[in-house]
Design a protein around this ligand. Structure first.
Ligand code: PMP
Length: 336
């Protein structure tokens, strides 16, 4: 019989899938663009990897004791990963999130058995009910432990130990370029360092929403979720990226929808952003001697299921003035 004893055994070892139509016309002999499909992790995102590694380390160091409580200010993929691992290992989870977080996102965490504490957005940070104060108070209770994905070295380490080696083995060492978005910077720092240790010629390329600090912005708002920052996280290795490609929200969303419609890959906006950067890079390399043997791996962090009312909703896109495939409101044909 073929089975595993726990869902946690299925974290990682995600496949590489070739991207074709979504990358536009590329020469037959390269570059080859391969997507590392992280939504196939059991919790639905790349964050399962860091959740497991951070919890393993906290167990080993004694910071997390049997029956303890994990407290993290998150409402997204990291929360799902932590909730999944915590549940299987008998820990309690409390996630603190601002009231602007959608009910759907909170309900996902509750479905795994986690507790969700919602804080008002409309109070100053020093207020006792603020997001920061509530999570600090909960994390200082006996038995509580806060992973803090923005400063925890086990975040990048999980990618150094799993994602990086998987990509190296799957491409048989032929990877020439690695492209990924950056939030905490854990993915690019861990994977980038591993790949460069195997072959210093591997180019590590960050994809970043216009406005984020990683591409020289000031923290101006953008709509793609999970990537870009308005500060420099400790988990980001500032020496790892050879280059950062800035991508607009419009291009990220257009590519996100194209991945669903042409590659049957229902992924989130940060995946579209990374794939768009990979496409720009592939077209720069196409036709050059370097392009022939180029193997570009682009990491797609999560599924599009969590964004059906946003990126995949025509009215939402139109509300922000982004083009929708087919016919636009003024009758022009847009997209593909
Ligand atoms: N995409 C999504 C949807 C995410 O949730 C995250 C993590 N914040 C990222 C990309 C970026 O990954 P990292 O934090 O490893 O830089």
């Amino acid at each position: 019989m073929q089975y595993v004893n726990s869902l946690l055994e299925l974290i990682g070892n995600t496949p590489l899938v070739r991207l074709s139509t979504s990358m536009g016309d590329l020469p037959q002999d390269g570059p080859l663009v391969l997507a590392k499909v992280e939504y196939l992790n059991p919790g639905g995102s790349v964050k399962d990897r860091i959740a497991e590694r951070m919890i393993d380390a906290a167990e080993a160091s004694g910071e997390l004791q049997p029956g303890g409580t994990i407290v993290e200010p998150t409402s997204g993929n990291t929360g799902v990963g932590l909730a999944m691992v915590a549940q299987r290992r008998g820990y309690k989870c409390i996630f603190v999130c601002p009231d602007k977080v959608s009910e759907d996102k909170r309900n996902v965490l509750k479905a795994y058995g986690a507790e969700v504490v919602v804080c008002p957005t409309a109070v100053p940070p020093e207020h006792p009910d603020s997001y920061y104060n509530v999570s600090d108070r909960l994390a200082s209770q006996p038995g509580a432990w806060k992973p803090d994905q923005y400063s925890n070295p086990n975040n990048p380490r999980s990618h150094y130990e799993t994602t990086g080696p998987e990509i190296w083995a799957q491409t048989e060492g032929r990877i020439t370029h690695f492209v990924t978005g950056m939030g905490t910077g854990g993915t690019i720092s861990g994977v980038g360092r591993y790949l460069k240790e195997q072959n210093p010629a591997v180019q590590v390329i960050g994809a970043d929403p216009s406005g984020s600090v990683y591409s020289g912005g000031s923290g101006r708002p953008y709509l793609v979720e999970g990537v870009g920052e308005d500060f420099w996280p400790e988990t980001y290795d500032r020496g790892v990226a050879d280059r950062v490609i800035e991508v607009s929200d419009a291009d990220s969303f257009a590519m996100t929808r194209k991945l669903a419609r042409t590659e049957a890959m229902l992924v989130g906006g940060s995946s579209g952003m990374a794939a768009q950067a990979a496409k720009v890079l592939a077209h720069e390399l196409a036709g050059t001697p370097e392009g022939k043997d180029a193997v570009i791996v682009v990491l797609l962090p999560d599924s599009g299921r969590g964004y059906l009312t946003k990126v995949f909703n025509d009215d939402w896109l139109a509300q922000y003035g982004f083009p929708v495939e087919g016919t636009s409101r003024d009758g022009r044909t847009v997209g593909e």
